[in-house]
Design a protein around this ligand. Structure first.
Ligand code: UPG
Ligand code: 3PG
Length: 328
């Protein structure tokens, strides 16, 4: 096992395997705590039903480890809501949760909104677009949280088939997240999959964190947890193997922009201080709600067109929601 000096031995202290605990152990350790599985989903009608059905059968009906399966429908235009509902999930449209707080586009927004409609002391997040996975992901993620009071956030990791082989972390992971960690947060270098969408967190922690509305939610949660509680409040679990739907390269450019913006904000970079607009950005007022300034960066990319290379611009939201506990 590799123990990276950069992480101060964190990997060796805080890495487990999903079958280190039996389901019986976990149900006993859970006691009176409540566990919510939260699945943020945008246009995932093809896969969300399978995720919900299998988790319900294995972990709600057969064993009482999960108390509720909640899908947050993130502005889907397909049948995600109905498919998830038919599979037995409690489904909420992100935009309809706490409408007084306004609505933003993005996965982080859906996860933040889940805090207002779930009852769990512990929240487990899982992507809705999984194509290779199993229900042991959920107990695996709960293991350290239910058995170690010092742990507040647990990340999953897995083999994931990619262009570079089974340990390819993913394009944004390898080209953006790991370099950022090496440069600015070496204490997190032991995280095998820092961007994994499969993670678990105590409600008390997530309610204390600022949450980027888009794809920076994962890296921001790690950085902020380490700052708030120390890096040993984070653990990780080997979940085996996972595959998912892959985004196009240009879409991942938007994801990378969101992650870079969240890290720029955390280092207090010019233009990203709290209360400031991002440079080269448009700022739009947001329905008068608290935390309502919606910030966007213009990302210019290029695509071939009939008359040659054509610029294509997209507005990438880089807003963050404030700690939910400040809004109750
Ligand atoms: O606006 C959105 C976009 C996505 N999703 C859902 O979020 C999950 C993950 O989204 P996806 O587009 O599949 O992300 P990936 O390209 O796979 O990105 C990886 O890396 C991201 C950055 O850290 C993480 O947020 C993801 O969970 C992780 O799977 C899926 O269930 C989506 O339906 C939303 O709910 N709202
Ligand atoms: O983790 C990542 O970098 C993103 O999820 C992209 O993954 P992919 O390159 O496997 O699509």
């Amino acid at each position: 096992m590799v123990v990276d000096a950069a992480d101060g031995g964190w990997f060796a202290r805080n890495t487990s395997h999903w079958d280190d605990w039996s389901l019986d152990d976990l149900v006993a350790a859970k006691g009176s705590q409540r566990v919510s599985l939260v699945v943020p989903a945008r246009n995932e009608a093809g896969t969300v039903g399978d995720v919900v059905t299998r988790v319900r059968e294995a972990l709600v009906e057969t064993v009482a480890l999960v108390d509720e399966v909640v899908v947050i429908d993130s502005d889907s235009t397909d049948a995600t809501y109905d498919v998830a509902s038919d599979a037995g999930a409690v489904v909420h449209r992100s935009a309809e949760v706490r409408p007084d707080l306004g609505s933003r586009r993005g996965k982080g927004e859906a996860m933040w909104k889940s805090l207002f409609v779930t009852t769990g002391d512990v929240l487990v997040f899982m992507d809705a677009d999984l194509t290779e996975w199993d229900t042991h992901f959920v107990p695996g993620l709960l293991g350290p949280l239910l058995t170690r009071p010092d742990v507040a956030l647990v990340k999953g990791f897995y083999e994931r088939p990619g262009a570079e082989g089974p340990y390819d972390g993913g394009r944004v992971t390898e080209l953006v997240a790991r370099p950022l960690i090496a440069l600015e947060h070496p204490e997190l270098a032991g995280l095998v999959q820092p961007l994994a969408g499969e993670w678990a967190v105590r409600r008390s922690l997530l309610e204390a964190l600022s949450v980027p509305v888009g794809y920076a939610v994962e890296l921001a949660a790690l950085v902020d947890t380490a700052a708030l509680l120390g890096v040993d409040a984070i653990a990780q679990v080997d979940l085996g193997r996972r595959d998912h739907a892959h985004q196009a390269l240009l879409d991942l450019g938007a994801m990378a922009t969101q992650i870079l913006a969240a890290m720029a904000r955390r280092r207090g970079a010019a233009g990203f201080e709290t209360g400031a607009s991002a440079p080269s950005s448009t700022s739009r007022g947001g329905a008068g709600a608290p935390s309502s300034t919606s910030r966007a960066v213009t990302l210019r990319q290029y695509q071939p067109g009939p008359e040659g290379i054509t610029p294509v611009e997209r507005e990438v939201l880089v807003s963050e929601r404030p700690p939910a506990r400040t809004l109750v």
